[in-house]
Write a protein that binds this ligand. Structure first.
Ligand SMILES: [Zn+2]
Length: 234
């Protein structure tokens, strides 16, 4: 575990099954909920021993853009970062959407993707796979960890969102709304791009049910964001 406020981190490193990797997600922290996210991210990073210049930060827009992060800086208009070298610490902010950690052990390539309904419907995981294939990285050797995400019982959506997804991921409510199985969609899309089922692990945590998580659906506009950090331990 990182030093400092040990209880304020989820640690999913063991789920990846690769040594020397850290997959962390900050927990809900009411004391820090009021400060700007950039400042909060910097404090969290410092806790792990990183300066701001080490952090690769995507300015997320619920889109499908994925970029290679060569160093620690801000990446505009992107919802996923990939790193082929060990230096940049990949970060991501979430509150109900899934953080998806990707790792190709032979090339030590990391990826961290923001998977909400818009990104998934638009093909953000396919975009990540395209980038990897262009560098001759076969998806059959990529492992994936799905972080905390809003669960099917807690994620009510309207017909316009439901229309974006296969009916197998939807349950119809009496009032005509739907429940969307977002973690199921993430897993399906990962397999669709070539990640083997046995190489996919999930935290199995619903952000709305679990009070350790920030949840937009639970807390609305005042919801904070959890910050994911994905890095190689030096
Ligand atoms: Zn739930």
């Amino acid at each position: 575990m990182p030093p400092g406020r040990k209880n304020n981190w989820f640690d999913f490193s063991a789920l990846m099954g690769a040594s020397g990797l850290r997959l962390l997600l900050s927990r809900r922290d009411d004391q820090n909920g009021g400060q700007p996210l950039a400042q909060h991210r910097e404090i969290l990073g410092r806790e792990l021993g990183f300066s701001q210049g080490d952090l690769a930060v995507p300015h997320q827009v619920h889109g499908t853009q994925v970029d290679w992060a060569d160093d620690g800086r801000v990446y505009p208009q992107t919802d996923g970062l990939l790193a082929a070298n060990p230096e940049p610490v990949l970060t991501l902010q979430v509150a109900d959407c899934a953080p998806v950690f990707l790792y190709h052990a032979p090339s030590r390539t990391r990826g961290l993707v923001h998977a909400g309904w818009r990104g998934l419907a638009g093909g953000i995981l396919a975009a990540a796979a395209d980038h990897l294939r262009h560098r001759d990285i076969g998806m059959g050797q990529v492992a994936a960890v799905i972080g905390p995400v809003i669960g099917p019982e807690c994620y009510q959506v309207g017909p316009e969102v439901a229309a974006q997804f296969d009916t197998r991921f939807l349950t119809t409510n009496p009032d005509g709304s739907y429940q969307l199985d977002l973690p199921g969609v993430v897993r399906f899309r990962l397999e669709e791009i070539g990640v083997r089922a046995e190489n996919i692990a999930a935290a199995g945590i619903c952000t709305k049910c679990d009070s350790r998580c920030h949840s937009y659906r639970r807390d609305g506009q005042r919801a904070g964001r959890m910050v994911a950090f994905f890095y190689e331990q030096g």
